[in-house]
Design a protein around this ligand. Structure first.
Ligand code: HEC
Length: 115
């Protein structure tokens, strides 16, 4: 019987939780420190705006593919990528929401902590 862990659902649960937590933490949650760094870098944003941006990103962009990590692309590339999704994939996103989402995605490039 090679699948001993099936007789111990607790172990399986631990493994699954570890995987789920691992996925959730891959997408950074903005902090006050991130908002400060963004301002120092000349960006106009705030912690509430960054939080809204993350929220929009998770709600709008996870339907068709896994969410790319924001730091996966240079900040200057995000406007084009977002525009491509709106134009070619018919993603519905208003101007205000695009701006908020872009702030979240681009601030990833000025954070020192990349986790
Ligand atoms: C309706 C489905 C759909 C939704 C919703 C969607 N995408 Fe995509 N996305 C795709 C497809 C299909 C591809 C691969 C084809 C391509 O690269 O154009 C892709 C590719 C990408 C890529 C890689 C592109 C590259 O050139 O390397 C990024 C980054 C991306 N999406 C970001 C987003 C963001 C940000 C959102 C939310 C605003 C989003 N996607 C929502 C369908 C979607």
């Amino acid at each position: 019987m090679p699948y001993h862990f099936l007789r111990h659902p607790g172990v399986l649960w631990l493994v699954l939780s570890a995987i789920l937590i691992g996925c959730a933490s891959a997408l950074y949650s903005p902090t006050q420190d991130d908002a400060e760094k963004a301002k120092q870098a000349g960006m106009t944003t705030s912690l509430p705006r960054l939080r809204q941006g993350r929220d929009l990103y998770v709600r709008t962009c996870a339907g068709c593919h896994t969410l790319p990590r924001p730091e996966q692309y240079a900040p200057r590339r995000w406007p084009g990528l977002l525009h491509e999704m709106i134009r070619e994939q018919d993603v519905e996103l208003g101007r205000r929401d695009s701006t908020l989402m872009l702030e979240y995605l681009q601030v990833a490039g000025v954070r020192s902590d990349t986790s």
